[in-house]
Structures are given as C-alpha cells and as structure tokens.
Design a binder for this molecule. Sequence first.
Ligand SMILES: [Mg+2]
Length: 320
Amino acid sequence: MNMDNGPDLESRLKGGLWGVIVGDAFGFPFQFWSRGRMKAEYPGPKDIPMLDGLWSDDSSLTLATAQALIDGYSLERIAQNFISWYYDGEFTPRRYAFDEGITTSRAIERLAEGISPLNAGGRGERDNGNGSLMRILPVAYYTYFKIKNLEERLRLIHEVSMLTHAHPRSLMGCGIYSMVIWNILDGLDKFKAYSEGIALAEDVYSEEPFSRELEHYGRVLSGRIHELGENEVRGSGYVVHTLEAALWAFLMSTSFGDTVMRVVSLAEDTDTTGAVVGGLAGTYYGFEAIPEEWIEKIESRELVGRIINDFVFSFIGKRR
Ligand SMILES: [Mg+2]
C-alpha cells in the first residue's frame, strides 16, 4: 500500500516533532519502572494514562537542534544550543535542564571547555545509550530536504550524534532511524518504510567501523522485528533496545496513541522510548492524529510550537 492519501508534509513534520515531545511527556512519569510494576498497575497498554505534560532532556535537545538548523547546518551552533540548555535552562519548560544521561553531561561539559564538536562525544562501548537517537529527528528532516547525496546525509546525521555519542553503534542507530523516517516522508507504508530502510542500512554500513556493529542490530535488520513477542523486547536505555522497541511498537500499532502507549508499556526508559517512537508515529500519522488532550497537557506549548513552526516552515514555506 502506498500512502498517497496520507498526511501532507506539513502535518508529518509537525507531527513527528510534536510526537517527540508528547511521547517524552507521556513516558516520563513511568521512567525506570519495571515491567512487573507496569503490568500490575496498568494491565494493558490502553490502560496507561497521560498523567503529566512535563517534557525532559529528549525534547529539549530535539528543540535545541531544530532551532539551530533553522539557519542552516552548523555543528557549532547545535553545540552552543546544547550548552545553553545544560547551563542556562534554555529549551526547557521550567528553566532548568534535567534528566540528562552521564554520556551527554560529560560531552556537553567538554564542549563548554572548548573541545571541538567532533571530539566531544563519548566513544566507549558503554557510551551507547539512546542519548543521540532521542534527539536526531530534526537532522533526519533537515537532510531529507536539504541534502540529496546519501553519504552526505549520513555524514551530517553521524556528526550530530557525535556531539555526545560518537561510538559507531550510536551513529548507526541514528542512521537506521533516519532512513526509516526518510521513507515515511516519501509516503511509504510503514512496513515498506522499515524493510527498505534496513535494506539501505545493510548496504551503507557494510564497511568498517560499522560492519562489526551489524550483529548488534541483527534483530532490527532481520526485517522481522514486529514478529517478536512483548517479552522479547526491552525498553531499556541501550540504543539498540530503544531502536528495537520503537520499531516494534510502531509496526504493531495502528494509531499515534496506541503506538506510544505500547512502547511505554514495555517500561524502563519510557520517556526516551516514547520520544523515539513518537517521532516515527507522528511523522507517519501526522499532527492531527496526536490526541488533542495530550497536546493540551504539554507544558510551555508556546515555546514548543514556535520552534517547531519556524523549523518546519524553513523547509516548506508558510501557507495562508
Ligand atoms: Mg528524558
């Protein structure tokens, strides 16, 4: 099925970015819950409520990146916005940064000390949390509209990951996610967006240093992530788990709301799995598919809306 009658581009772009914020806020109250506690309190995904509109680091760094890209690609400008977030509480609902992971904190401290953007991010195998995947969506959009060449697109995606997360596994997670996003923007059905995305990923990541990472993404690249049972998928903060959980929930569900509730029902790093899947589902189903009562709960809606609108209209031009 080709979604010729799917949402228009404006709706997709706004939907994906608002999807990150809404998914983050939806998941945040349940962060670090065990699967057992989640099941005990909310037996099924549809029992999980939107409790609160507080959004965290995932959304802040996504907005910081989007804001920087409005004036074109500059790694330094993105780095500066991360510094403003971390030290001055820019891009936050309550004027202070919170919930950041250790890899992100250390990297931003290095950026503030003057270390160059490409040398600031953590490079160890233990630096493969989901901290760059959760904020990469604006770069996937930017490259889709502004860059034709695939290698160049991936160079930008990887560089922006490297600000905080520089291990090849983290770069690949951002790359695979972006390939699926590009296919969605092309109007592909979600299963086709996934299968063609991973086919491309296997092709472009066939050389070192990436080829040795392929095995870690074996379940994603199998093309059968949606065939896994709920107990085989984890919502942990490991970048591979987060990408698996997001693709699984996205492919298993039929609406924006179902998708977010399903990923949050996996427990663990729920704000980030919510943000990552919110980007996919929002891009796919469009802005209008996000429950209005969820949007209305979001704190600092004017700030969010202003940055998202400015960013989206920098690609497609303002209508009316
Ligand atoms: Mg967070």
